[in-house]
Design a protein around this ligand. Structure first.
Ligand code: SF4
Ligand code: SF4
Length: 100
């Protein structure tokens, strides 16, 4: 199946996706740019779980407050590096390493 660069992937709810099966990029992380908006988690959850629930996304946004005061982005083992979250991150905290 050919996957268009800007398509929302048509996976069914609950379907397991083998890690690396759709790997097309290496995703870079810049924690210092993250605003904690959780758009990335929401997009991932909508794409793979058809769920309007950021907690179901395949990445974690961990707040470290009050000190040092910022967010940490962590991809889970379920992440297949598809890049949907990269496209929607408004802060550039996620990026394609091949486009650095
Ligand atoms: S790259 Fe990983 S975290 Fe981001 S949308 Fe794809 S599966 Fe989800
Ligand atoms: S990585 Fe981007 S989309 Fe995700 S919480 Fe941080 S700023 Fe928002």
């Amino acid at each position: 199946m050919r996957i268009e660069k800007h398509s929302i992937l048509p996976f069914k709810r609950g379907r397991k996706i083998k890690k690396g099966a759709l790997e097309s990029m290496k995703i870079g992380i810049n924690n210092s740019l993250c605003s904690g908006c959780r758009v990335c988690q929401l997009i991932c959850a909508l794409t793979y779980e058809k769920a309007n629930n950021p907690k179901k996304g395949r990445l974690e946004i961990i707040g470290h407050f009050p000190v040092p005061g910022g967010y940490e982005i962590k991809m889970t083992d379920e992440c297949n590096q598809c890049g949907e979250c990269v496209r929607f991150c408004p802060m550039g905290a996620l990026y394609r390493e091949d486009e650095e």
